[in-house]
Design a protein around this ligand. Structure first.
Ligand code: GLN
Length: 232
């Protein structure tokens, strides 16, 4: 049984980010792997899970989630150490790092699962993204970014991939997303996992501790390939 925790779906779900959880669920079910999904909302407690997902949102929603996450910070850090898989998209990604400083207002504390920090810039990056990664085959990831936060990685935290199209973490260093242990962050909405089925399987494989047998992804890969290098 694969246990998925969906963190704050009522607050953080733009550009269909919830589709990432549906993708994880379906790809498990198609292989006969049982899945249990727990929605974690404001005030919920959090028990052990195999995969944690947190989507994106606007600064206003991030304020509430930032405060709530502090209650769970130590537990979630211990889950990272245990090898649990995390995927954060955009606003959720920013809160997996140390902090997000919006253009106006106070700094929002993150939980430091990624050694990264984010500071709002004075323009928005909006458009298609293609990234080259060494995590999966095919070695491309595609998505759609819309953010003003500029994210910088430090220490052991490495980028998820290198930009081919789009701006990624900060528009300057060609890096997109982040990885530290089994914690992943990315600016790619889309939804991300339906367009990147190979990466969805990679996450499930990490969570269950074995590589998955391939399934027929003809349609999914047609979609993926049609988006590779799509004009920004
Ligand atoms: N508020 C963040 C930013 O604009 C996150 C946006 C998002 O999640 N799409 O940088």
């Amino acid at each position: 049984m694969l246990r998925i925790a969906h963190l704050y779906p009522k607050l953080l779900n733009i550009y269909g980010d919830n589709g990432n959880v549906i993708t994880l669920q379906k790809r498990c079910e198609w292989r006969g792997i049982e899945v249990n999904i727990d929605e974690i909302n404001i005030g919920s407690s959090i028990a052990e899970h195999d995969i944690y997902f947190i989507g994106g949102g606007q600064d206003i929603q991030q304020i509430e989630v930032s405060k709530e996450l502090q209650r769970h910070k130590d537990f979630l850090l211990s889950e990272r150490e245990r090898g649990a898989v995390f995927l954060g998209i955009c606003g959720g990604y920013q809160l997996l790092g140390h902090y997000y400083k919006p253009f106006e207002g106070e700094r929002l504390e993150g939980i430091g699962l990624l050694d990264a920090y984010t500071i709002a810039g004075d323009r928005r990056f909006i458009g298609n993204v293609t990234v080259k990664t060494d995590c999966v085959t095919p070695d491309t990831l595609v998505g759609f970014e819309n953010h003003s936060g500029l994210t910088y990685l430090q220490g052991e935290t490495k980028p998820l991939g290198i930009m081919v199209t789009g701006n990624g973490n900060n528009g300057k260093d060609k890096k997109e997303g982040a990885r530290c242990k089994n914690v992943f962050g990315t600016y790619m909405h889309g939804s991300f996992l339906p367009k990147n089925p190979h990466f969805a399987d990679y996450l499930i494989g990490l969570a269950i501790g074995e590589e998955l047998q391939p399934i027929d992804d003809t349609t999914e890969l047609l979609t993926h390939n049609s988006l590779v290098n799509k004009a920004y």
